[in-house]
Design a protein around this ligand. Structure first.
Ligand SMILES: NC(=O)C1=CN([C@@H]2O[C@H](COP(=O)(O)OP(=O)(O)OC[C@H]3O[C@@H](n4cnc5c(N)ncnc54)[C@H](O)[C@@H]3O)[C@@H](O)[C@H]2O)C=CC1
Length: 481
């Protein structure tokens, strides 16, 4: 069966599908490698046209009552949920992720985010500051045109997570999805129009890194929100600094999951699976360094190896599939090189390995040391590195001995230890006795090299708004002469 997912046009500017005038961008279905759509990149002029449209749409959008903006986001969420099956199918073609995941995790999370900020819209207020006879107040104002740049692992969720807080605050957006997964953002643009959003408020451009760079440095852009790797983050942050642009950086990680010997072993194994193998391991917050307390190490590894046997690798469109292909042959090759490096360094391969073709099975290394590349580098694939530890202080010290700081997890039945350990962990997002749950109500983001700013929750509004202070003089003006 040949699959096609060709959109009406590659870009979406000022409420209209527009064909890209730049280089061709073939979209491949990761499972078969077949081309399911051919898009074209935006030229620098088209990036500029999208930014101009976003700037022009800004004042009227920002002048709406917040509740009216919220209502439009709410309608978009309802459309997404009503069409979830069809959108999940497209997300699976775009990413290769199993439909068993995309039906529950991708667009539904995007819709929840739109609903959350739709509800928050009417609560976004300033402050009144009494100063005796005089007083002051603050106005929370939008930043202007926001650039959103996405990664390929959760393309539609990322688009919604960036658009929802930006738009509800009265900003407008130009979004550039990853060149690997350009399709979902175009659907979001269409859905927004259908929900009643004015043209120009949300625009989509396509392209590789250079198109992203043109967007970041466009003079109309006031803020950049990137989801991507640390090297890209450094480049984008530096480019944004030139124009004093605000940034949100959601970057990579090598997060620790610490399992103490009093933990519920079965739950800890479940969490390690979710923390390493969901989406074939292509998740930024994955807990890929699993620290096991000596006493439970071998039981944990034996049970994990047993549980992993139940994985169902195969056709992503088959609802029974639980492990899909890697996004691209190039990425699969990088993961294979990391696995080979682990073997060459002398780590014990408990299960998995380099796999075949587009597939890499859930892979577990044990007896690794903290300095092996499988324990230091983000692999962005289904590779878990188990490390053992003796006591709490050692576990926290070693967990923190990384430049990354996106996420962390702890498994223990000891209530005080759980809270003490998370307090000591250098990570933006922590889980106790669970892993990788990212509800929209909770702030999400990293510390250290893993990023800046927070997505989701009311905290995201801080990163899409600025305060104007207004001093109100109620009496005469005293001047020295
Ligand atoms: N913290 C988070 O929320 C998440 C972080 N990630 C991270 O993303 C990475 C994987 O995604 P990739 O798409 O491979 O990341 P990437 O860094 O290669 O690309 C990310 C995006 O940046 C664009 N880009 C590349 N160079 C650019 C430049 N100079 N200027 C502007 N834009 C540019 C790309 O076209 C793409 O849209 C991993 O490191 C992963 O950990 C992924 C998902 C979530």
């Amino acid at each position: 069966m040949s699959l096609s997912a060709q959109p009406p046009a590659s870009l979406f500017i000022d409420g209209q599908p527009v064909e890209g005038q730049g280089a061709a961008l073939p979209v491949r279905y990761a499972y078969t490698g077949e081309v399911i759509a051919t898009l074209h990149e935006a030229t620098t002029d088209q990036v500029a046209a999208a930014c101009t449209a976003a700037r022009a749409a800004g004042p009227a959008w920002a002048a709406l009552a917040p509740v009216e903006r919220g209502r439009i986001l709410g309608r978009a969420a309802a459309i997404i949920l009503a069409r979830n099956d069809e959108l999940a199918w497209l997300e699976t073609l775009d990413t290769g992720k199993p439909i068993s995941e995309t039906r529950v995790a991708d667009w539904p999370s995007g819709a929840a985010c739109l609903e959350y900020f739709a509800g928050l819209a009417a609560t976004l207020t300033g402050q009144m500051i009494p100063l005796g006879a005089d007083w002051a107040y603050t106005r929370r104002e939008p930043l202007g045109v926001c650039a959103g740049i996405g990664a390929w692992n959760y393309p539609s969720q990322i688009a919604c997570w960036k658009a929802a807080p930006a738009l509800v605050m009265g900003n407008t957006m130009v979004f550039k999805p990853s060149e690997e997964t350009p399709l979902g953002a175009l659907k979001l643009a269409e859905i927004f129009i259908e929900a009643g959003m004015p043209p120009g408020v949300f625009n989509v451009v396509q392209g590789r890194g250079e198109v992203g760079a043109a967007l970041v440095t466009n003079p109309d852009v006031a803020k950049v929100s990137l989801t991507g790797s640390v090297p890209t983050g450094r480049r984008v942050y530096a480019a944004a600094a030139d124009g004093m642009r605000h940034v949100t950086m959601e970057l990579g990680g090598k997060s620790p999951l610490i399992v103490f010997d009093d933990a519920d072993l079965e739950d800890a194994v479940s969490a390690a699976i979710l923390a390493n193998f969901y989406s074939s391991g292509q998740i930024c917050s994955n807990g890929t360094r699993v620290f096991l307390q000596e006493g439970i190490k071998e039981d944990f590894l034996a049970r994990l190896a047993e549980r992993v046997q139940a994985v169902h690798m195969g056709d992503p469109l088959d609802p029974a599939t639980t492990h899909g292909p890697i996004i691209s042959p190039a990425q699969a090759e990088k993961i294979r090189a990391a696995i080979r490096a682990g073997q060459a360094a002398g780590a014990r391969l408990v299960c998995g390995g380099v796999g075949e073709g587009a597939f890499i099975p859930p892979t577990v290394f044990a007896d690794a040391t903290d300095d092996m590349s499988i324990a230091t580098d983000e692999i962005f694939g289904p590779v878990l590195t188990a490390l053992s530890f003796v006591d709490e202080a050692e576990a926290v010290l070693r967990a923190n001995a990384t430049g990354f700081g996106l996420a962390a997890g702890v498994f223990t039945q000891d209530l005080t230890r759980a809270h003490r350990v998370v307090a000591g962990l250098e990570a933006g997002t922590c889980w106790i006795n669970t892993y990788n749950l990212t509800p929209v109500e909770m702030p999400f983001g990293g510390v250290k090299m893993s990023g800046l700013g927070r997505e989701n929750s009311a905290a995201a509004i801080e990163h899409y708004s600025q305060l104007k202070s207004v001093y109100v003089g109620m009496g005469g003006v005293d001047a020295p002469y």
